[in-house]
Design a protein around this ligand. Structure first.
Ligand SMILES: Cc1cc2nc3c(=O)[nH]c(=O)nc-3n(C[C@H](O)[C@H](O)[C@H](O)COP(=O)(O)OP(=O)(O)OC[C@H]3O[C@@H](n4cnc5c(N)ncnc54)[C@H](O)[C@@H]3O)c2cc1C
Length: 386
């Protein structure tokens, strides 16, 4: 590989690292500049969906994920306390990845970082913060700070994998379109004192949705729909809301992580402009309810890596990447919107719950399983050998 890479990826989060692995594996040189020394410690995303697992298998990085993660094969749907139905991923999704793998984002980033470094030990520069870009006819000068000095690198393409507040997107003058939703949530990781084992559970009481997902190491993630944004949420807020809505006592369970969040859907008006390409949250942000943002980023990164491996003019291929991926993002955002709608507070939840109960007890539940597991977002024929 050349001394100077043709491509710089800004941001070594889950999507930048994954894209780096895709590119290096196909022989396309790249360099990742990441401002942090270590991956973010909090466990934001937890669900790795079947299309991503297939990509991991294709890239030969699946084993550490299977070791670190926990397989969720079943989802249970309750009203306040009564079971309305189950969704069985194991029998409704294609093998071998007929489950959602629960793995905290900090662990996911650690694995991807290790895998990238094993392939290209000198192609990830940490504590390297990009602060400016200068464009010329066919290339871009990337300015960044590293070890208290300013540095410059000239490349043909810069890929912004720098998250939803992307500096790269701003420097390229690419606008974001979208909206914030009124919905707010609190989430927390607690020691698992339920009897659900490796099953996920969703509760739909009239005061608003509660979800809980198993995590590795005997923990469980609780996500609770709230009426307002809790700026200083405490574990006790979750304990009280869970007790009040579904009469389950979490007070004795150890809490390790807590956060409040609002939700948004934003999409960049374009995923590329001249030498700048956007990927992951810099290009699109979808609501975490339904948990698909990072997975969507990986699917986009996979498609993008194939475009970048072509030696000839990339413009028509980039247009294809943009069109195909935009459709996926819109589809995922609609699925997330539906999940949020179902989970809102209802004065009379009976109608919603009756419809759901019906769906969960007819062949429609197969469609629901497909939606929850992001099936159909990648062309199946690519994975005939998976
Ligand atoms: C509460 C919550 C729960 C979620 N749950 C799920 C889930 O279950 N499943 C799912 O698929 N998604 C989920 N998501 C979404 C997921 O977290 C994001 O989609 C994912 O983190 C996006 O990855 P990314 O690499 O594009 O961006 P980021 O994770 O934001 O990473 C960007 C990286 O770029 C670096 N960076 C930024 N600026 C610069 C700069 N100027 N120079 C150098 N480096 C820079 C940052 O340090 C960071 O490492 C959730 C999100 C939230 C908030």
């Amino acid at each position: 590989m050349s001394e100077k890479p043709e491509i710089v990826i800004v941001g070594g989060g889950p999507v930048g690292l994954f894209l780096g692995i895709c590119l290096i594996k196909q022989g396309t040189d790249c360099l990742i500049l990441e401002k942090r020394k270590n991956p973010v410690p909090d466990s934001r995303s937890l669900g790795i969906h079947p299309p991503s697992l297939r990509l991991f298998k294709q890239l030969d990085v699946i084993e550490p994920f299977l070791k670190a993660g926990l397989k969720i094969k079943t989802g249970l749907a309750y009203n306040a306390q009564t079971l309305m139905g189950t969704i069985d991923f194991e029998s409704t999704c294609p093998k071998p990845f007929n489950y959602i793998l629960a793995c905290p984002q900090s662990e996911t980033e650690r694995i991807l970082r290790d895998e990238f470094l094993a392939l290209a030990p000198d192609k990830l520069i940490t504590e390297a913060q990009v602060f400016d870009l200068h464009f010329d006819e066919t290339s871009v000068n990337v300015f960044y700070t590293h070890e208290e000095t300013s540095k410059k690198i000239k490349v043909s393409y810069i890929i912004g994998c720098d998250g939803k507040n992307s500096l790269i997107r701003q420097k390229a003058d690419i606008l974001l379109e979208g909206k914030r939703y009124p919905d707010t949530y609190i989430m927390g990781d607690f020691e698992d004192i339920t009897s659900f084992g490796d099953k996920a559970a969703v509760f739909l009481p009239k005061q608003g949705m509660i979800e809980c997902f198993p995590l590795p190491n005997g923990m469980r993630r609780w996500v609770v729909k709230t009426d307002m944004y809790y700026s200083n949420a405490t574990a006790n807020d979750i304990v009280e809301l869970v007790k009040d809505r579904i009469n389950f006592d979490l007070s004795v369970a150890k809490n390790t992580m807590l956060s409040s969040f609002g939700v948004q859907h934003f999409i960049a008006e374009s995923f590329f402009k001249d030498s700048v390409i956007l990927c992951g949250d810099s290009a699109h942000v979808v609501s975490p309810i339904g948990g698909q943002g990072m997975n969507l980023g990986w699917i986009g990164a996979w498609e993008l890596s194939k475009v970048l491996s072509f030696p000839e003019s990339k413009l028509p291929l980039l247009k294809h990447y943009e069109n195909a991926h935009r459709k996926r993002v819109i589809k995922a955002a609609k699925r997330a919107e539906l999940n949020m709608l179902l989970g809102r507070k209802r004065t009379f939840p009976f109608l919603r719950n009756s419809v759901l109960r019906l769906m969960l007890n007819t062949p429609l539940k197969k469609k629901m399983a497909h939606q929850f597991t992001m099936q159909g977002l990648l062309p199946e024929q690519e994975f005939s050998t998976a």
